[in-house]
Design a protein around this ligand. Structure first.
Ligand SMILES: [Zn+2]
Length: 509
C-alpha cells in the first residue's frame, strides 16, 4: 500500500468512527422510546387479560360502515373496535406516532450535524490526499497550490438527501411508515388473540425496522456528503488532476460489486455511485502519474476457492473458476431518476440466464457431495471395509453397458484393501485423493484395458500433460459392484496410445 492509499484508508476510518458515534446516539434514543412503548403495551395486554378473565373472548372484527350504526359485539366477545373504544389502544398508537415524530427530528438533526462535520473533514482530507498524490507523482511544485472550495460551496449538501429533498422529510416519511407497520401489527395481534409475548415480538419487529432503515439513511447520507464534498474539491483542481481511483476496503466484508470496481479510474465529474452502507473512497490522481492499486479482479483471482465462494456463492464461484464469468459481470447498475445510479450485485441467473445458472448450481451441489465422500475416502483405513462412492452418471453408464453388456450396476465402491494398496505403491497419490471423485464421476475419457476385458480406465486432465487415472474393475456378477482397482497419475502419451489402439469407450463432448 502506498502512503496515498494509506492516508485515504485512515480518513475513511475517521469518517466511519464519526458516523458510528451518531448511530449509537440514535440507537440509544430508539431504545428509550421502545421502553416507554413497552410499558404502554403491557397495560394494553393487562386490559385484554382482564376482559378475558371476565369471560369475554376475541370475536371477529366487524368494521363499521361509514355513517352506519355501531354494530353490537357478539355476546361474550370483544374485538379490535372494542379495544379501540376502551381508549387504551388509541392512546398507545398516538404515543407511537408522537415518539416516532420526535425520533425523526432527532435523527435528522444528528445526520445533519454528521454531514456538516463530514463535508468539513472532506475538504481538509481532499487537500491532504492531493498533496500526497503530488508527492507520489514527483510533482512537489503542486504542494500547497491546490484550489480550495469556499465552505458555502459544500454546505449546501448539509441537510439534504441525495434527491435534494430535506433530510427531515425523509425521516418523517420513514416514521409514518413505521407507525403504520406498528398499528397493523397491533391490530393483527388483538384481532387474532395473540399472547402478550408474541404481540410484543411482532410490534418490536415492525418498530425495529424503522431503526435499521433510519441508520442506513443516516450513514449513507453522511458518507454521500463526504464524497460529494471531496469530489467537488477534486473538480476544482481538474487542471492538475487526472481523476480519482475507486478504493474499496478489499476485505471479507467488501461486496462483489465494490471489489470489482476496486482500482478503477474515473473522471472528476463522475460520482461514486455505489450502494447503501458502501464504505469505498475516492483517491485523487495527479496527471501523468497513475496510482498503483491492484485491481479487484486480480485480488479476487488470488483468493482461495472458499473465500471466492463466500463472496459469490458456490455455484457462481464454480462458474467463475471455470472461466464462464468474470467478477465485473456481477456489477449491476440500477438507474433511478430520484436516487441517481446505484450499484448492486447481480445473481448468477441475471448474469448467465436461468438454464446456465441452474447447470452451475447442480455442479456446485455435485461438488459438495464429492467433498463429503472424499472425506470418507481419507478415513478409509480398515482394509476389510467397503465404501460406496455413488452411482455413475447415466451418460457414462450407458457407454459402459455398451462396452460391457453384462455390467449390472452403476454403483462404484472402494475397498480399504485397494486404498492401502495404491497409497503404498504410489504414496504421491495421497495429495490427489480429493480428485478421485471428480475423475470417476466427471471424467474426460474412459478407455478399456488392453489385456483384461473387465477393466475400464477413467482419465481426467490434471494439468497440461498429466492426468488422474482411476482403474475400475467392471463387475458382471449380480450383487457385486464395480470396484476401484488402482489410482495413479498418467501422462499424455498413455492417452494417445489408447486412442491409437482404439480403446476409447467414452469421451466428454
Ligand atoms: Zn463500496
Amino acid at each position: 500500500m502506498s502512503r496515498l492509499t494509506d492516508a485515504a484508508l485512515r480518513f475513511r476510518a475517521q469518517l466511519l468512527r464519526q458516523e458510528r458515534a451518531a448511530a449509537s446516539e440514535m440507537v440509544r434514543a430508539y431504545a428509550a422510546t421502545w421502553r416507554r412503548l413497552r410499558a404502554e403495551l403491557d397495560q394494553l395486554e393487562q386490559q385484554i387479560a382482564e376482559a378475558e378473565a371476565a369471560g369475554l373472548t376475541v370475536g371477529p372484527f366487524t368494521p363499521r360502515q361509514p355513517g352506519g350504526p355501531v354494530l353490537p359485539q357478539a355476546p361474550g366477545t370483544f374485538s379490535v373496535s372494542w379495544v379501540h373504544r376502551r381508549e387504551r389502544l388509541r392512546t398507545l398508537l398516538a404515543q407511537v406516532e408522537r415518539e416516532l415524530r420526535q425520533f425523526a427530528a432527532l435523527a435528522s438533526d444528528l445526520t445533519e450535524a454528521g454531514q456538516l462535520q463530514a463535508v468539513q473533514a472532506a475538504q481538509a482530507n481532499a487537500q491532504a490526499l492531493m498533496t500526497e498524490a503530488a508527492r507520489a507523482a514527483g510533482a512537489p511544485e503542486l504542494v500547497g497550490m491546490f484550489n480550495r472550495l469556499p465552505t458555502s460551496a459544500v454546505e449546501e449538501l448539509v441537510g439534504l438527501a441525495s434527491d435534494g429533498s430535506p433530510l427531515r422529510e425523509l425521516f418523517e416519511a420513514l416514521g409514518e411508515r413505521t407507525g403504520r407497520g406498528v398499528r397493523e401489527a397491533l391490530e393483527t395481534a388483538v384481532a387474532t388473540g395473540m399472547g402478550p409475548r408474541e404481540t410484543a415480538r411482532l410490534v418490536r419487529q415492525q418498530f425495529g425496522m424503522g431503526l435499521s432503515r433510519a441508520l442506513t439513511i443516516a450513514r449513507t447520507e453522511q458518507i454521500r456528503a463526504y464524497r460529494e464534498a471531496s469530489r467537488r474539491t477534486y473538480e476544482a483542481n481538474s487542471d492538475v488532476l487526472d481523476g480519482w481511483v475507486w478504493l474499496s476496503a478489499a476485505d471479507s466484508r467488501t461486496c462483489v460489486s465494490c471489489l470489482a470496481m476496486h482500482g478503477s479510474v474515473h473522471g472528476v465529474e463522475r460520482r461514486i455511485d455505489s450502494h447503501p452502507n458502501c464504505r469505498c473512497v475516492m483517491v485523487p490522481g495527479v496527471k501523468g502519474a497513475p496510482i498503483e492499486v491492484t485491481p479487484g479482479e486480480e485480488l479476487f483471482a488470488q483468493m482461495t476457492p472458499a473465500q471466492q465462494d463466500a463472496k459469490l456463492g458456490k455455484a457462481a464461484g464454480a462458474a467463475y473458476r471455470a472461466g464462464a464469468v468474470k467478477l465485473v459481470d456481477f456489477v449491476g447498475v440500477r438507474r433511478d431518476p430520484d436516487w441517481g445510479d446505484s450499484r448492486y450485485v447481480k445473481s448468477l441467473r441475471q448474469v448467465l440466464g436461468r438454464e446456465e445458472a441452474q447447470r452451475w448450481m447442480r455442479k456446485a451441489q455435485q461438488q459438495k457431495t464429492w467433498q463429503v465422500v472424499s472425506k470418507k475416502i481419507g478415513e478409509l483405513t480398515d482394509r476389510k471395509a467397503v465404501l460406496s462412492l455413488g452411482e455413475l452418471p447415466t451418460r457414462t453408464y450407458q457407454a459402459l453397458r455398451h462396452q460391457w453388456p453384462s455390467s449390472v450396476t452403476a454403483q462404484v465402491v472402494l475397498t480399504g484393501e485397494r486404498r492401502a494398496h495404491y497409497l503404498e505403491r504410489h504414496p504421491e497419490m495421497a495429495a490427489f485423493e480429493g480428485k478421485l471423485m471428480e475423475t470417476l464421476f466427471a471424467p474426460d475419457e474412459i478407455h478399456r484395458n488392453k489385456r483384461d476385458s473387465q477393466i475400464g480406465i477413467w482419465y481426467r486432465r490434471l494439468n497440461g500433460s498429466q492426468y488422474i487415472r482411476v482403474v475400475v474393475w467392471v463387475s458382471d456378477t449380480p450383487g457385486l459392484q464395480n470396484s476401484i482397482h488402482s489410482f495413479r497419475l498418467a501422462d499424455q502419451r498413455e492417452i494417445d496410445q489408447g486412442h491409437k489402439q482404439k480403446r476409447l469407450v467414452w469421451a466428454k463432448k
